[in-house]
Design a protein around this ligand. Sequence first.
Ligand code: 4AD
Length: 465
Amino acid sequence: MAKYVAIRDIVQDKVPVGFLELAGWIRTHRQSKRVSFIELTDGSAVSNLQLVVDPQLSGYAEVAPKLSTGASIRVSGELVVSPAKGQKYEFQVKTLELLGEADPESYPLQKKGHSLEFLRENLHLRPRTATMGAVLRVRSAAAFAVHKYFTERGFFYLNTPIISTSDCEGAGEMFHVSTFDAENPPRVNGKIDYSQDFFKEPASLTVSGQLEGEICAMGLSKIYTFGPTFRAENSNTTRHLAEFWMIEPEMAFYELSDNIELAQDFVQDVIRQVMTASSSELEFLASQEWAQQGHIENLQKVAETAFTRMDYTDAIKILEASGKTFEYPVSWGIDLQSEHERFLTDEYVKGPVTVINYPKDIKAFYMRLNEDNKTVRAMDLLVPRLGEIIGGSQREERHDVLLAKIRAMGLDESAYWWYLELRKFGTVPHAGFGLGFERLLMYLTGLQNIRDVIAFPRFPGFAKF
Ligand code: 4AD
């Protein structure tokens, strides 16, 4: 194990004062005749640690010109309680070694703040910035919170396949997986002959682990997945990624109302956990110029207040009665567009809202049909500014109804033989949902572009690094 102490542990008072060793990157270096100061970060905390250097320190004078922003160093010395205001500790350097310089003429990240756009073009250096450092630590804390939440409530963590031969959402927005020569695949009667391909049938990157999740929930009762998901939709927006992470719990013996309650409890618990574990990160992010006023207070409120529930049919009535002119006209049967969702959350409810019982024709084949024969037991959780962060439903567990639905939607029933078989043998009511992890992170951090809450975003035209 490396001997270097993390600055986070110092800031959190976990390290006694005294002799220790540190390693990190220089944020700033101020020199004077009597004493020099280096602000050091190791990316473990929002705060830097102030290093105090005696200019007479052996070897310092030679390396001092190279101790510029971004250079990496290793130091040993004494951690002491700081006599200066505004910081608890400082570090009196006894030895200093320059590990790697960062030429100020060419190092792109200088001391001044950089725009989020600029950082998106420098993904290889972005994790060194205070903003991305904070985001990635929040992301890590949120992932831990998700596992903690489900593990403590008797859910089992399930890994569903990344390569799949089924299209869960039935939307056909999939990236194909093949070992064929793309320029010259084998053909029979003009069509690509997949029987010669690696899997002997067309395969893709998964759009959701739900269907496999259902298989396992039918054995273990309560599971959740947390993995990468891929959508080849050409959505060049601030809310869509081509590769995103999704959390999908699936529960046997749950109905729609149980599912709604779980989704609320889960989101609120994760918010509370992250507010505790990453309070300094959230405060730092909330202090940025792009941040919304009152962001933290708002999170606190959302974590404590029950989410509004609304029938799709009522949502349509509210939108129709709003007197607003929407770009996409409102009528029963439409899929809610971002502008409609924003009206409901930002203006009408002024908080999160769970919209339920959507028309069957705009939702996936697996959702349970309601008695009215027109709507399905779907639920979408919409939040202010962002819109949908969760999509879920009670699943159709009746074999005959499901089969009729698959046929009516023109899906290939032979491809779903196993999904139908789950309904033949020991079928049970069950439900689940999918939370987009990056959407949750946007909500937590207040960042407005999904590309800023994942280290290496993938979107149309971009898959660098
Ligand atoms: O509503 P979706 O498509 O639902 C499913 O995939 C279901 N199989 C989930 C389930 O019931 N188990 O996606 C669920 C969530 C959305 O609410 C959104 O938060 C996120 O996944 N999401 C995306 N996030 C980023 N980029 C995209 N392109 C996304 N598409 C969906």
